[in-house]
Design a protein around this ligand. Structure first.
Ligand code: PA5
Length: 434
């Protein structure tokens, strides 16, 4: 596959026999995922999705994306958590690093900004200041249709749109992604006549990146979502085997559990491309919400290297040894830049003359990896051939498969999130919600 898992640098910390001892449990947990016989089995719709997704709706997503591109310069995506992070991770990974700042003819699709992922009035007001004078579409995304943050932001944005385009004009520019039949957003969308897309019942927020939740914003930004689904389908085929030796996602899940049991309770997902920083945010939600319950679970963290080697590098090398590291390695950089020879060599960099920046970046990665392993931090590597839609589709499916299995190995329900209610009920009480 174009995404491969390499745990050779972790072998100083676990023995192959320890891994092999998991073989039967992996088969068991695989069956639970695949056949929907485990905890939370109402929410395993994502497992077959790359094969079974709704083609009619997929066509509608592409058509809506084209319409958005023709209607607007700016798409504001309103959502939080699982209704936000997947699209953002994809757009950051796959579009130009400065997509939103580029002139129209230099970017693949609409500019995409996000709202409803916080309750900051300053953020929302500043967003409105910034889009002044530009044509706008909105994709409001909420599976439940009742989440406070996006509902509040949407109330403000809807009014803004209606003032700008009139009620009917606004309705033609607002797209809603929500439950098939339930929830306040579905009712509102039907009454206002918005085009709607469905979050399937059997797919929870953090597993929804390959549904319209992720796909519509991606397509509007100009990402080829056929290729995203092709990559996901390849992962689906490749990772459908229950044999540990042949399934990279399951090897990753097993190693995570082995490290956890050895007291390595923090996983740091590391990248060497700033465009992967939101993939780290997506991963933290996926694993944190899936495994952090019943007073257990690995604490998922993420770092952007080499940036954070100048801040967190000290801790990684020398701090408390409760960490392991998973490195996202983009094998082929999208752009190349060569270091030129320079007559004076005042900066002393001529020894790199003729080398690419990516070559230097890869040496930084190799050097860091070896240093951290020497410092007692097990390292695993996920090799990604390139930052392409295909590899994105493959990678997110790989991660979700690993996460589902990892949760079952840990003995938790990887598909619920009872803990996220506690802050809400306090907040609602303080707000006097009827
Ligand atoms: O993973 C989850 O279920 C959550 O993060 C939700 O995605 C998030 O709370 C948003 O929920 P909703 O889409 O219902 O607005």
């Amino acid at each position: 596959g174009k995404v491969t898992f390499d745990y050779s640098k972790a072998l100083g910390f676990v023995r192959e026999e320890e891994m092999a001892a998991f073989k039967e449990r992996v088969k068991l947990c695989h069956g639970m995922l695949q056949n929907g016989t485990g905890l939370g089995s109402d929410y395993v719709g994502w497992v077959d999705l790359p094969d079974a997704y709704d083609r009619e709706e997929f066509g509608r997503i592409k058509a809506a994306a084209e319409k958005i591109k023709s209607q607007a310069d700016v798409l504001i995506v309103v959502g939080i958590g699982g209704s936000y992070l997947g699209a953002r991770a994809a757009i950051e990974m796959l579009c130009h690093n400065f997509h939103n700042e580029l002139a129209r003819d230099k970017r693949s699709g609409a500019k995409v900004y996000f709202a409803g992922h916080n309750i900051s009035s300053t953020y929302l007001k500043n967003l409105l200041d910034m889009v002044e004078g530009q044509d706008i579409c909105i994709n409001v995304i909420s599976k439940s249709g009742t989440t406070t943050e996006p509902a509040l932001a949407f109330r403000v944005l809807k009014e803004y749109m209606e003032k700008k385009y009139g009620e009917k004009g606004a309705a033609e520019r607002i797209y809603a992604t929500t439950d098939r039949s339930r929830g306040a957003l579905k009712q509102l969308a039907d009454e206002e006549g918005y085009e709607t897309f469905v979050v399937p019942d059997d797919i929870g927020g953090r597993y929804s990146v390959l549904t319209p939740v992720g796909l519509l914003p991606m397509a509007a930004a100009g990402i080829n979502i056929d290729e995203v689904m092709d990559g996901a389908k390849a992962a689906y085929d490749y990772l459908a085997v229950d044999v540990l030796e042949d399934n990279g996602a399951y090897q990753y899940a097993v190693l995570r559990n082995l490290f956890y049991n050895k007291g390595k309770t923090v996983e740091v997902l590391v990248n060497y491309e700033p465009s992967l920083s939101y993939l780290g945010e997506w991963y933290k939600q996926l694993f944190g919400e899936s495994e952090g319950k019943d007073k257990k679970g690995i604490f998922p963290a993420s770092m952007n290297f080499t940036t954070d080697l100048h801040s967190m590098g000290q801790y990684m090398q020398d701090g408390r040894r409760n960490l392991f590291e998973t490195v996202l390695n983009i094998e082929e950089s999208r752009e190349e830049m060569v270091v030129k020879e320079n007559k004076d060599n005042l900066d002393g960099l001529n020894y790199l003359g003729g080398k690419t920046l990516d070559f230097v970046n890869k040496k930084a990665m190799e050097g860091t990896l070896a240093a951290h392993v020497d410092g007692g931090v097990p390292n695993m590597v996920i090799n990604i051939a390139e930052a392409s839609p295909y590899c994105f589709g493959y990678l997110v499916y790989f991660m979700m498969k690993a996460c589902g299995l990892s949760g079952y190995l840990l003995g938790v329900n990887p598909f619920d999130q009872p803990g996220v209610e506690a802050y809400k009920s306090n907040m609602f009480r303080l707000l006097g919600k009827p």
